[in-house]
Design a protein around this ligand. Structure first.
Ligand code: ATP
Length: 603
């Protein structure tokens, strides 16, 4: 019997990456991916998807490539038979280790081996599978001798690659591939490749939302078809993409939107956590809003929850909040941020103790609760959890009166919360994984002060300062996220609110996001000094929103030909590193905020 092993050369993927890097059009990126996915064997598609995302595994897997710059330089030095000092010098000039490897190999520098290729710099036999397996071995190599093993594996890979292949291999290892292909673009490409059109997109997206694993969704789709995706259920160990809220700024509007009656809960000012416990687990596992495993940061949180949930396997959600241990009073978010560190975790847990406020149950006793209405999920949560001083359910009330709602809001704020979350209690109030919608509405303290809303915007470009600040980035071109179009649309330029320290670090902070042209997903009429890969999210306080001829956010939504701009934007000091670009304030929210503001002015 023949076993057909489908082989695809890494050079073919390199061609795809080059084409993606050359285009500024999102539809073209989708087409490039579709034509490649169609040629891709079904048992390889998952790996291709991860590699294209610049990773080897889904985000939530705690294994990382984790290769330090120094070691990569050593590998390049060995593979190209070049001194480390020369590699170092080139790195300082080029600022990109991938380019260093590419440059040296294209100059014909290469460590010789007994079985060297006749002319390896022009063509290589490196396959996608072999690149993936080597990188996987690097990532899994631990303990004694692991540095040497990693060095050998990476150096061999570089040595056997063409210059262009080496560029992308090294960037992947350095965690700097950054093709900027959005998850949503990959979902589109998968739908077109395997279902012929975008019609199955919803099913594929749902599968992604409940597994947070694009590679495995791609593999199931390619090997078993779209029907198999429908059978996927939330599983402990795999984070679910979080349900998100819209925002409003008054009790009346909230009640009107909710049909006159809804639940309200305190909106705690901490860090969102999804707590997973599977059969056979010794303790719960914790995932952040960005779906990263944060077990390491909060061993005390796992201990608080462990044994306090009467369920064989579960996924529950809540907020980790810093507390004053002597009074159990809630402390602000900033206190909790001391806990996000690699070392001295135990010491920090004592200095900045945490508590948990639970607000949802997505799986209990293995049963998928996401299709159930909010009230049912909440009551099952209440039944399953044994509350204690450090583990409580979110404060909650059912309201149908604006004055009562307002009073609840004030009580939440005076108890150290950001405001409240209003939640629909209708039969349609499912847990909508990965979606921002009106089933949840946040009502925050900030929105109360007339024109003072904080928004989270994505830096898509930056410009240099003048005078004392010449040569340094000092102003950011910021954009909101358009969910339907999956693009970033500019809404302001921000140059105030940065401290001297922020400004000093600005070049370094943005260096790794600098790209040679406008990113395909950025919609901008303005041309900054440098373009940035949409990645860094910044919190900004605006004075008001106005119609704008130069910004693209909200174009045509209010007046034909005009967009919207945030006037007098000021950086609040909060780099929202906990958010991905797609988690930024949306274009729809900005339009909504503009309309609200008009209403306020006219009333
Ligand atoms: P923000 O920027 O306002 O913190 P966000 O964009 O991170 O919000 P949203 O969905 O807009 O996310 O706001 C909801 C966030 O509020 C949740 O991610 C969660 O961390 C937090 N939160 C605090 N208390 C609650 C609660 N009772 N129910 C739901 N979310 C809550």
């Amino acid at each position: 019997m023949f076993v057909v092993v489908a082989i695809l050369l890494y050079s073919e993927l390199v061609e795809v990456y080059d084409k993606i890097g050359d285009t500024t059009k999102r539809l073209e990126i989708t087409e490039i991916l579709v034509s490649f996915f169609k040629r891709c064997p079904s048992d390889l598609i998952g790996r291709v998807v991860y590699l294209t995302q610049g990773r080897l595994y889904p985000e939530f897997e705690p294994i990382e490539l984790g290769v330090a710059e120094r070691l990569i330089m050593k590998c390049i030095s060995q593979a190209t038979a070049t001194s480390e000092s020369e590699v170092d010098r080139l790195y300082k000039t080029l600022g990109d280790l991938g380019r260093v490897a590419e440059t040296l190999l294209s100059k014909g520098k290469r460590q010789s081996t007994l079985d060297s290729f006749a002319n390896p710099s022009e063509s290589s036999k490196v396959t996608i599978e072999s690149v993936y397996s080597s990188l996987d071995a690097v990532a899994r190599s631990q303990g004694e001798g692991s540095q040497e093993r990693k060095l050998r594996l990476i150096a061999d890979l570089i040595r056997d690659a063409t210059p262009r292949e080496a560029l992308y291999i090294v960037r992947t290892i350095a965690g700097a591939l950054r093709l900027g292909v959005a998850d949503m673009t990959i979902l589109d490409a998968l739908a077109i490749t395997y279902c012929g059109s975008k019609s199955a997109r919803e099913t594929i997206e749902r599968a992604y939302n409940i597994t947070s694993d694009l590679g495995s969704v791609a593999t199931i789709l390619a090997t078993e078809g779209v029907e198999a995706l429908k059978k996927l259920r939330p599983t402990p160990g795999r984070p679910i993409r979080p349900m998100l809220a819209e925002r409003l700024s008054s009790a009346e509007e909230i009640l009107e939107k909710m049909g006159g009656r809804c639940a309200v809960e305190y909106k705690y000012d901490g860090e969102r956590v999804q707590i997973h416990f599977g059969e056979g687990d010794a303790k719960p596992h914790l995932f952040s809003r960005r779906l990263e495993n944060i077990d390491h940061h909060y061993p005390d949180v796992a201990a608080i929850v462990n044994g306090a949930v009467a369920s064989t396997s579960y996924i529950i959600e809540g907020e980790i909040v810093a507390i004053d241990p002597s009074t159990y009073e809630l402390l602000p978010f900033q206190e909790l941020m001391h806990r996000r560190r690699k070392y001295d975790v135990e010491k920090m847990a004592l200095a900045y103790p945490a508590s948990v406020r639970l607000f949802d149950a997505l799986v209990l006793d293995g049963q998928d609760l996401t299709p159930l209405p909010y009230s049912e999920r909440r009551s099952r949560l209440a039944k399953a959890v044994h509350e204690g001083p450090l583990l409580r359910l979110a404060e909650q009330a059912i309201v149908s009166d604006a004055t009562v709602l307002e009073r609840f809001f004030e009580e939440a704020v005076s108890n150290g919360c950001e405001g409240i979350m209003a939640k629909s209690i209708g039969p349609e109030s499912v847990y909508a994984a990965g979606a921002r919608g009106w089933l949840w509405i946040k009502y925050k303290r900030d929105y109360k002060s007339e024109l003072h809303d904080t928004v989270d915007l994505v830096a898509v470009g930056a410009s240099m300062g003048t005078g004392k600040r010449a040569g340094c980035l000092s102003s950011l071109l910021l954009a909101a996220y358009s969910e339907p179009e999956d693009t970033f649309k500019t809404v302001c330029k921000c140059s105030t609110g940065f401290t001297d320290e922020d400004l000093k670090d600005m070049n370094v902070r943005f260096e790794r996001y600098t790209i040679p042209h406008r990113h395909a997903r950025v919609d901008s009429k303005l041309v900054p000094d440098v373009w940035l890969l949409p990645s860094q999210v910044v919190e900004v306080l605006g004075a008001e929103i106005t119609l704008s001829p130069v910004h693209t956010c909200g174009t045509d939504a209010i007046r034909k030909g005009a967009g919207l701009a945030i006037r007098f934007p000021r950086f609040t000091g909060n780099w929202r590193d906990d958010k991905r670009a797609e988690d930024a304030t949306t274009e729809a929210e900005i339009i909504e905020m503009y309309k609200k503001q008009l209403k306020k002015i006219s009333s």
